[in-house]
Write a protein that binds this ligand. Structure first.
Ligand SMILES: C[S@@+](CC[C@H](N)C(=O)[O-])C[C@H]1O[C@@H](n2cnc3c(N)ncnc32)[C@H](O)[C@@H]1O
Length: 368
């Protein structure tokens, strides 16, 4: 695995103290219990209520935050997804609910509901994100876990850039077999240590690792599959829409030499994932083969497509053409301010569709 040194903004002093405290707590656990599976470390680093990256007072998914997501690029993302939701509502009828998991600042839900108002719930772990979402769906409909929404669900569940954050194990191919990398201690630092693979990790690797050469690294995304299984077992009719970076196991093969585990902070690749727990996002490319298999096993019908193709299906390419025509017309009439407004809309829409950027994300639709 290759990690860059810090390239983002300087770590603020309170964040340094937080990192030190988190590191000490994790080292304390390692000293008491021995090395931790990587997913346990990731759970602490991202979700620990006292020092986890998503637990503080900072809203992470905004332009001034740590990563820029499709809904933050343009409200056209939510408006385009509204057409998918409307289509699903026509297909399954009433009752119908929309559940967004990991909604961040609400930049997807707000424009979506403006175009297609339906009963909506938001599932979020981060306190500042929960406050932002409460303004859109009401406090009673913002919950911290899918377990808090009772009953059988009929409708659409959307998660944009959630799955890449769910805690995962790490394995490496060594001399033709698998080893896990757990988190241990060396001289007061957190380090990767070698561990024999657990049976459940081996089972996952056999099914979903795809082709991996000796020395290659694989992120073992068992929790992602369990999460999707749980959601689909609650959904009696409708669909789950998962949008994220990643690919099929086969297409991920060229990325296996170094693996895809990485950190982000302030829109830049961040430090080694073990170096600053609580102060960086930890993420990896999503293995969509594994998710598709989980969905098919519970009887869902699966579609896996690129984000640009998905958005085009729901009208975004046509909208870009219309905006281009409108720009020309406004230029002809000399309406410069209006032309600039339309041009901004058009370039934002093009960013969502960029074939080597957001357009290259994958969209998994699991329908029942
Ligand atoms: C990369 S941001 C994406 C936010 C938003 N979906 C967007 O696209 O702008 C990840 C979000 O997922 C939330 N999150 C992470 N794990 C979660 C979980 N297990 N359940 C609910 N929300 C979660 C974080 O708090 C954060 O707001």
């Amino acid at each position: 695995m290759v990690f860059m040194t810090e390239t983002g903004r300087n770590t603020p002093r309170f964040a340094c103290e937080n990192v030190r405290a988190m590191k000490e707590r994790i080292l304390g656990i390692v000293r008491r219990e021995g090395p931790l599976p990587f997913e346990r470390f990731m759970e602490l680093a991202l979700y620990d209520p006292e020092g986890g990256f998503f637990s503080g007072e900072v809203l992470r998914s905004v332009k001034a935050g740590d990563f820029l997501t499709s809904p933050e690029v343009s409200s056209l993302f939510g408006e385009t997804l509204a057409r998918f939701v409307a289509e699903e509502e026509r297909r399954i009828g009433q009752p119908f609910q929309l559940v967004e998991v990991a909604g961040g600042s609400g930049s997807l839900l707000r424009p979506l509901l403006a175009v297609h108002p339906v009963e909506a719930w938001a599932v979020e772990v981060a306190p500042p994100a929960r406050a932002a979402l409460a303004e859109i769906v009401g406090e009673d409909r913002v919950v911290a876990s899918i377990d808090a929404i009772g009953g059988a669900w009929r409708g659409v569940v959307i998660a944009n850039e959630l799955i890449d954050n769910l805690p995962m194990a790490i394995a490496q191919r060594v001399d033709g077999s698998w080893r896990e990398r757990w988190v241990g201690e060396d001289d007061g630092n957190l380090v990767f240590v070698d561990a024999p693979p657990r049976p459940e990790v081996l089972r996952w690797l056999d099914r979903y690792a795809g082709p991996v050469d000796d020395g290659g690294w694989v992120e073992v995304q068992m929790q992602a599959g369990e999460w999707l299984h749980e959601v689909l077992s609650r959904l009696v009719a409708g669909s789950v829409l998962l949008i994220d970076y990643g690919d099929t196991a086969e297409n991920l093969a060229p990325r296996r030499r170094d693996g895809t585990l990485r950190t982000y902070r302030a829109h830049h690749l961040g430090p080694h994932p073990l170096d600053e727990p609580g102060a960086t996002d930890i993420t990896a490319d999503v293995n969509f083969t594994a998710l598709a298999d989980v969905a098919r096993r519970v009887g869902a019908e699966v579609t896996l497509i690129r984000q640009d193709d998905f958005l085009a299906t729901y009208g975004l390419r046509d909208l870009i053409s219309n905006l281009r025509r409108e720009e020309l017309e406004l230029a002809r009439r000399g309406e410069e301010m209006e032309r600039l407004r339309v041009r901004t809309l058009r370039t934002e829409a093009e960013t969502l569709m960029h074939p080597r950027g957001l357009g290259d994300f994958r969209v998994l639709i699991a329908r029942r």
